[in-house]
Design a binder for this molecule. Structure first.
Ligand code: TRP
Length: 370
């Protein structure tokens, strides 16, 4: 793979992603100042993930906001493939969706695709992916969603509801379409080939426009969904895309639920977080203190700094101070890591408590088949 090249698909992300190139490759639109201003106006405030370009691209946000301003509400939909415990990268679209839900006063659906991860991962049984679906649901609930306006769909448990919609979708997608989008071969199992229709189905649960906040790797499924929506008499889903959080080891690659060392899980203990950051987090610092003081570090490639920017330091002034101090050499790599470790552990302490409480609430969130 050439140095400036990268791969982004739902099942494989590799390389140092150039997001402007990806926008062209995927045919999406960059989030413009106009769209950002409109969101800000309706919400009554800004969100740091919008301001900092963590959400960077979209499809049909203009149409969605036009309709909203005419009084036509949308609903929110996102999901998670339960291949392991939740990691902090997964939380990006969920946290943002919670903010959108509060600001726009809309319903939310969260899909857990235990079937998908069973199809996609050689080493996982359906029992295991279903168990992880229930575990991942706790992380979602822990972010503060309310059962009154939020439902969790587990594919193998809600198939009765999903199937009639998926059937209508599946009839309009032929094998050469999915093959072109996902690169399927004759060896691909047929569960995978059908799967997109199940990820599409929640888009059509309500007779309203839908907005899907997601990691950009999931866009290809909805490119297919958008193509077929008019053919089944539905509105094309609108999408807002976030960047992939880098793996601890740094540029090239995203965090992965199946790669323990590069990943901070929401279930990690404070000691484990400290060890992982100190041992693995890719540093933009100089090889020794003397040079670092003289030349300064590079926050733009430093993974600890990036985690603060993407998720853990919402305060712009504090973030800028860290940026400037690291760049000038005043702040050392070890000190930067210590800031991040403290931030993560502080977040996880509250999150893990809410996560345990969520066990008792899960039933209220589960979608009931109609
Ligand atoms: N396929 C997604 C994953 O592997 C899970 C998912 C299902 C999803 N529905 C979604 C992600 C809607 C984003 C939006 O994580």
């Amino acid at each position: 793979m050439p140095a400036d090249d990268f791969i982004v698909t739902p099942w494989h992300v590799e390389g140092d992603i150039d997001y402007d190139k990806l926008i062209k490759q995927f045919g999406t639109e960059k989030l413009s100042t106009q769209i950002l201003d409109r969101i800000k106006k309706i919400a009554g405030e800004d969100h740091f993930m919008l301001r900092r370009g963590i959400f960077f691209s979209h499809r049909d946000m203009k149409q969605l906001l036009d309709e909203y301003e005419k009084g036509n509400k949308f609903f929110l939909y996102t999901g998670r493939g339960p291949s392991g415990h939740t990691h902090i990268g997964h939380l990006i679209p969920w946290v943002f969706a919670k903010w959108l839900q509060d600001k726009f006063g809309v319903n939310m659906y969260f899909q857990l695709t235990d079937d998908e991860k069973f199809f996609a991962k050689q080493n996982l049984t359906l029992e295991e992916t279903n168990k992880f679906a229930h575990e991942n649901a706790l992380d979602f609930i822990a972010l503060g969603f309310k059962p009154e306006n939020t439902k969790i769909i587990i594919n193998t448990q809600n198939i009765q509801t999903l199937y009639p919609i998926a059937a209508k979708v599946a009839k309009k997608i032929n094998f050469s379409n999915t093959k072109a989008v996902f690169g399927f071969t004759n060896e691909t199992n047929i569960g995978m080939i059908f799967y997109t229709s199940l990820q599409s189905a929640p888009c059509f649960l309500e007779d309203k426009p839908v907005l899907i906040p997601l990691g950009v790797d999931q866009d290809p499924h909805f490119r297919l969904t958008r193509d077929i929506a008019p053919k089944i008499g539905k509105i094309k889903p609108a999408i807002i895309h976030n960047i992939m959080i880098p793996a601890l080891q740094g540029p090239g690659g995203k965090m992965s639920a199946s790669e323990d060392s590069g990943t901070i899980f929401t279930t990690d203990s404070p000691e484990v977080v400290k060890k992982k950051i100190n041992k693995y987090a890719f540093s933009g610092g100089q090889p020794d203190i003397e040079q670092h003081r003289k030349l300064g570090g590079d926050p733009d490639i430093d993974v600890s700094y990036q985690y603060l920017r993407i998720f853990f330091e919402p305060d712009d002034n504090k973030l800028k101070q860290i940026y400037d101090d690291y760049k000038s050499g005043k702040l050392l790599t070890g000190e930067l890591k210590a800031i991040l470790i403290e931030k993560i552990n502080e977040f996880l302490k509250g999150h893990q408590e809410r996560r345990e409480k969520a066990r008792g609430q899960l039933n209220k969130f589960l979608f009931e088949n109609v």
